[in-house]
Design a protein around this ligand. Sequence first.
Ligand code: ATP
Ligand code: MG
Length: 732
Amino acid sequence: MDLSPILNPLNDAQRAAVTAPLGPVLVLAGAGSGKTRVLTHRIAWVIQAENSSPHNILAVTFTNKAAAEMRARVEKLLNVPGSALWIGTFHGIAHRLLRVHWREAGLPQGFQILDSEDQQRLIKKIVRAAELDETRWVPREVQWFINSNKDEGRRPQHLKDGNDPTRAQLIKLYAAYEESCARAGVVDFAELLLRAYELWRDNPALLAHYRRRFQHVLVDEFQDTNDIQYAWLKLLAPPQAIAAGQQLAAGDARPSYPFVVGDDDQAIYSWRNARAENLQQFRRDYPQAQLFRLEQNYRSTATILEAANGLIAHNAGRLGKQLWTEGARGELIRLYAAFNERDEAEFVTHRIREHVARGGLRREIAILYRSNAQSRVFEEAFLSARVPYRVYGGLRFFERAEIKDALAYLRLLSNRRDDASFERVVNLPTRGVGAKSLDVLREYARGAGTSLWEAAGACIAAGSLGARAAAAIHGFMALIERLAGETRALALHEQVDQVLRGSGLVEHYKRDKADRGEARVENLDELVSAARGFTPEASDLPPLEAFLAHAALESGEGQAGEWEDCVQMMTLHSAKGLEFPVVFLAGMEEGLFPHQRSTAGLDGLEEERRLCYVGMTRAMRQLYLTYAEQRRLHGVDSYGQASRFIRELPEELIEEVRPRVQVSRPVAVGRFRPEEPAVAGVRLGARVRHGKFGEGVVLNVEGSGAHARVQVSFERQGTKWLMVQYANLEPL
Ligand code: ATP
Ligand code: MG
């Protein structure tokens, strides 16, 4: 058998890891050193050289995109269809297991997935139903309490209140939330993982079956696993059994072997309860694990790599590794200080155009940002400049209100007990179902322990609703039943189309002239296209259910145009594991990145720095850093300073780009430079007063005319750059 296609594309260290004798393996290595390549080749290796079958493989990656890539790579290496392999995200795999074993997992067959926004809405309802003050029991905080307990494997009955009334109340809310979910037949993201864990833990025969089946369990990005994910992995590959099994000759007792790869410098999900300590814990749990380190980076130019190494060196308590490359020095990192967020987007648009004019592809370019909301300004600039783009991850498409409305109808079709969906659309389009009638239904549902759908039926029968409301709700229920009947035999996209029209949603948005009605109708049309282009991964589900699960799990990835040559946009968090020839890190401002919330604690700041490291190491050839001195985000203006991360980079690796203003400014932002001329009457060193920021001293001036700007150190508000034209500075 020719193993050279598997082994040739590897360096010595990588080859050693790929061909390691069967047993637990840990690969600990920095960005771009080939961890994912090693994991993929290991799959091919155990199939070809160790006589495993593709059915014996369970591979966990971080995103659906990464899973698809891995599947394709294995297919290419082995020349076999990758569909036999179980490759997916933890959530995707847990979901697949629960669909197959819904009965053992104690779930209704048609259970639905509750995304984070739905979850918050449900919690809000529960807080209200308990007659608690929402400002004291903030739904988002309750949500955090529930999810972090689930992520650590704790149900309400495991929690002790320690005589703390606040905690006691939170535990009660958690229990009430669980009841509601069970009643509605819905499962949130954290629940998927916990349920899948309990499924195996509590069903030894089932677990034994999967242990026999998955002889190899491989996990990418191991540094971002949480407690429950790791516990789940250990169920499949129990350390004690491995220790004992290695002395055994053969037979059933052979356990699954974990093969995990990770990088502590890229741990960026601790806010979602991930534990980078799992890397060290793995070595304690599997003392016989073979450890491999990879140090050569194949992705980035020497300049980019050195800058990234320089940045991450500011973190303490690292496991420590130094990456090197044989690659070219490459171009300097470009820094652009934009006047505001629109200028930033224009600059990026301009550079994209240049790239394309030189024969480059748009898909080689990624725009990475800290916060989802930053994408909108780029989207607008790209739309008007006709630059095709695609937003990944960030729950764009399926998060849109009109799409969620449509999905709510579809979800009700497949599960009448889905209360969140019922509430969302029972009066959309308006049918005359008021808040009071809904209260009656809720009250009844709570008392009788039923869903709202059942409550509605009962309340209509009992005459406990007003005549108008009863007729409206009855009409709504009849509509759902009718749509379900009419669409049962249709193809998925026809089903979606008919529900959109039959429900009156399309009409509703068409009439809505003021609030982007037209764009919303277009989005609804896009949903039909998404349904048309949809191919379910696991064929054991009815298409509609598979599609709804897809919508909840893979939000954003259903957008049309994946095949098109388009600019890639995503948050830094979702860029993990990916690489692009050209990367723009946008919004490099204090408060935005590092994020305001994270700068208080050292841990938070270090995680932000790792996030920046992840962002920089996505770049292969060119890296741009941009920031805006004035930014309007969520409707609020702020005047930012350049991110401290810019200052932490080795200065000689950076070149500042200032295409519009003649004066260039050194990287060390805010240095006093007396040779600067006065601009628009504002002199260096002068004392000035600003309407909002109070009094300060002019530190820096540059540009002229409409672009003239000054940097002022305000006594109370810190240092800011201002446009002279708008700042109305008063000399003192
Ligand atoms: P990250 O930490 O960002 O997830 P990684 O360690 O998983 O990175 P890979 O994505 O596997 O790294 O590899 C980075 C790039 O280097 C890829 O383009 C990969 O194809 C290439 N590469 C890896 N190993 C080699 C090698 N031995 N020879 C040539 N190219 C390689
Ligand atoms: Mg990787």
